[in-house]
Design a protein around this ligand. Structure first.
Ligand SMILES: NC(=O)c1ccc[n+]([C@@H]2O[C@H](COP(=O)([O-])OP(=O)(O)OC[C@H]3O[C@@H](n4cnc5c(N)ncnc54)[C@H](OP(=O)(O)O)[C@@H]3O)[C@@H](O)[C@H]2O)c1
Length: 326
């Protein structure tokens, strides 16, 4: 394959960060952008140097020159766009949380499988060097058996009734927006929990904050605090029988990780190289998968995305939180 021709759907906040990285990654061609508004699409294309701009998502999805579509819309729009993209023969890289619920994701995975197309959740955290270093330390037994994980993710987000974060019809709430990160981390290291206890603050049909304890039959457990209304450090600690790993603040995009022994002595510190803005690693992972003919990423497996989605469905069931589409 020559350069990978990217099509970007939704010219919003995260698309900007993603395209800043896309422009710097060798092998990526900023081919087309699609927005619901033609003028917005044209302005975005001009700003980032895309060859084509489309004034609707469907037009972009119909362009057979596109090698892979990056979907950067609010969660509630992901399902329809993913289905249309796959029906039209496009490979798909879709922002987190990938769907509103596990049922939608199962349909997407089945279709991707039938069509023999690449599909992956844009869980950038799992592709970042610091995260991969943490996994290497864990895999090689540096902290022994994991007994406990603590991970937080909450900033103060000013309430705005029009913002997708606070709109149930957009898939709003902290769960799909931020809780998905610590849940993905814990699931990656410990798997599906045997029991979850939780408390959530719901308002207007969405969760503004929650506190979770995930328990495992082995005796291991994890503690997660997240939301839009708590000022937390957003850090993570992974504690094992032989030591612990501590991420810098904002663990999901932390540039540093430290390895401590049982006596809390610093054994090793990892600093990730400064490149673009952190989204370059997931882009390179997609390129690697497409070049190898893989239909999913080994770093972000379909099974993991689905199991995390199922955990989030379970939490919403307990909280009585339903999206209007459900
Ligand atoms: N990986 C990360 O670090 C990261 C960070 C932030 C967000 N995200 C994820 O990226 C996705 C988008 O988040 P965002 O913050 O970029 O969202 P946003 O700015 O609110 O919206 C993104 C774009 O989606 C399009 N859109 C389609 N239907 C819409 C609707 N009903 N309401 C509003 N916009 C709609 C709009 O583009 P057009 O007007 O051009 O059609 C809008 O500009 C979410 O899945 C989020 O979880 C990921």
């Amino acid at each position: 394959m020559d350069k990978v021709k990217w099509g970007v759907i939704g010219a919003g906040r995260i698309a900007r960060a993603f395209c800043t990285a896309l422009a710097e990654v060798g092998g990526a061609e900023l081919y087309a952008v699609g927005s619901r508004t033609p003028d917005k699409s044209a302005a975005f294309a001009e700003e980032y140097g895309f060859t084509r701009s489309y004034g609707s998502y469907s037009e972009l999805l119909s362009d057979s020159e596109v090698d892979v579509v990056y979907i950067a819309t609010p969660m509630a729009a992901h399902y329809d766009i993913c289905i249309e993209a796959l029906e039209k023969g496009r490979n798909v890289f879709c922002e987190k949380s990938v769907t509103l619920n596990a049922a939608q994701l199962r349909k997407i995975l089945t279709l991707a499988d039938e069509k023999g197309l690449f599909f992956c959740e844009a869980m950038w955290m799992k592709c970042r060097p610091t995260y991969l270093k943490m996994k290497e330390w864990v895999r090689s037994g540096r902290i022994g058996e994991i007994r406990y994980i603590k991970a937080d993710f909450s900033n103060f987000v000013p309430y705005d009734a029009n913002d997708r974060l606070f709109r149930a019809d957009c898939g709003g709430g902290a769960l799909l927006d931020v809780t998905v990160y610590p849940l993905t981390l814990v699931h990656d290291l410990l798997g599906v929990p045997d029991e979850i206890q939780s408390a959530a603050h719901l308002d207007n049909g969405i969760d503004l904050s929650s506190s979770l304890i995930l328990r495992y039959a082995s005796g291991a457990f994890a503690s997660i605090d997240t939301g839009f209304e708590l000022g937390l450090r957003n850090n993570a600690v992974i504690s094992g029988t032989e030591g612990s790993i501590v991420f810098g603040d904002c663990f999901f995009c932390s540039e540093t990780a430290e390895l401590f022994d049982r006596d809390r002595r610093l054994i090793e510190r990892y600093d990730s190289p400064a490149r673009v803005n952190g989204y370059e690693y997931e882009i390179e992972e997609v390129h690697r998968c497409l070049a190898s003919g893989l239909l999913g990423s080994e770093l972000i497996p379909h099974s993991a995305t689905l199991e995390v989605m199922e955990i989030m469905d379970g939490l919403r069931r307990v909280w009585g939180m339903k999206f209007p589409q459900e």
